[in-house]
Ligand binder design. Structure first.
Ligand code: IYR
Length: 222
C-alpha cells in the first residue's frame, strides 16, 4: 500500500461566476453536438491525438485510485478483421435467435444490423478492458473496488475527449465479448468492457433522429 502523503490543491482554478456560466454553457453547446456515428471514413488519425485522449481518460477518478482499466488500441487491419468476423458471428446469432422481441423493438429506430463494416473501416478500435483484480509480480491477486463505475467514468471521459478533439466514436458492445481476450492476448483478470470505434465520420454519414430527455425529466432539485 502507498504511504499517506498530501499536497496543497495547486491546480484548482476558481473562475469568476460570469466566466463559469459562459464555460458551462459553451461546454454544453459543444457536447450536445456529439452524435454516435456508425458510418466511418477510412481516413487515418494521428496517433498522438488518440494518446492525448487516453491520457485524459486516465485522469478519471477510480475506486481507491486503482485505475482498473486497460485500453487496447487496434489499428492493424488483420486484427480489425478478426474482431469484425468474431463480432458479426455473435451479432448474427443475436439478431436471429438471442434477442428478445422487446429488445429488437427497442433498437428498431437505430436501424442496426448484424453487419459491422465499421470494425474494419474505422482507423482505430479502442478495446476497453476492466480489471477486476490486479496480479502482482509474485502472482498475488488483489481485488479492485467499484470497477464498473470507474471504467464507465473513464470511458465517458474518453468519449468526451475524442469529441472535443474533433473525432467521432461509437460505443459498441456485442453481447459476448470473450473473444477479445483471445484475439488481443489479454490476461484472465481483464474483462472486455466495450469496443470504442474511433475515426472521422464518412462524408455521407447519417444519424438517427433521436431526442435527449429534458432537464426536468432527468433531474430533481431538492
Ligand atoms: N449489439 C447489437 C445490438 C445493439 C444493442 C444496443 I442496447 C444498442 O444500443 C445498439 C445495438 C448491435 O450493435 O447491432
Amino acid at each position: 500500500m502507498a504511504e499517506k502523503a498530501f499536497l496543497p490543491l495547486a491546480d484548482y482554478c476558481k473562475f469568476p461566476e460570469t466566466e463559469m456560466k459562459r464555460r458551462a454553457s459553451e461546454f454544453y453547446a459543444e457536447m450536445r453536438r456529439r452524435r454516435t456515428v456508425r458510418n466511418f471514413s477510412d481516413q487515418s488519425v494521428d496517433r498522438g491525438i488518440i494518446e492525448d485522449c487516453l491520457r485524459t481518460a486516465a485522469t478519471a477518478p477510480s475506486g481507491a485510485n486503482q485505475q482498473p482499466w486497460r485500453f487496447v488500441v487496434v489499428s492493424d487491419l488483420t486484427v480489425k478483421r478478426q474482431i469484425r468476423e468474431a463480432s458479426e458471428k455473435i451479432e448474427n446469432e443475436f439478431y436471429s435467435k438471442k434477442a428478445t422481441e422487446k429488445w429488437t423493438d427497442a433498437l428498431k429506430h437505430l436501424g442496426t444490423v448484424p453487419s459491422k463494416p465499421f470494425l474494419e473501416i474505422a482507423p482505430y478500435l479502442i478495446v476497453i478492458f476492466s480489471q477486476k483484480y490486479s496480479i502482482s509480480a509474485n502472482g498475488k491477486k488483489s481485488k479492485h473496488y467499484y470497477v464498473s463505475e470507474s471504467v464507465g467514468i473513464a470511458t465517458g471521459m474518453l468519449i468526451t475527449a475524442l469529441h472535443h478533439a474533433g473525432l467521432a466514436a461509437l460505443t459498441y458492445t456485442p453481447v459476448n465479448m470473450k473473444f477479445l481476450n483471445k484475439i488481443l492476448a489479454r490476461p484472465s483478470n481483464e474483462k472486455p468492457f466495450m469496443i470504442l470505434v474511433v475515426g472521422y465520420p464518412s462524408e455521407t454519414a447519417l444519424v438517427p433522429v433521436i431526442q435527449k430527455k429534458a432537464l426536468e425529466d432527468i433531474s430533481v432539485f431538492v
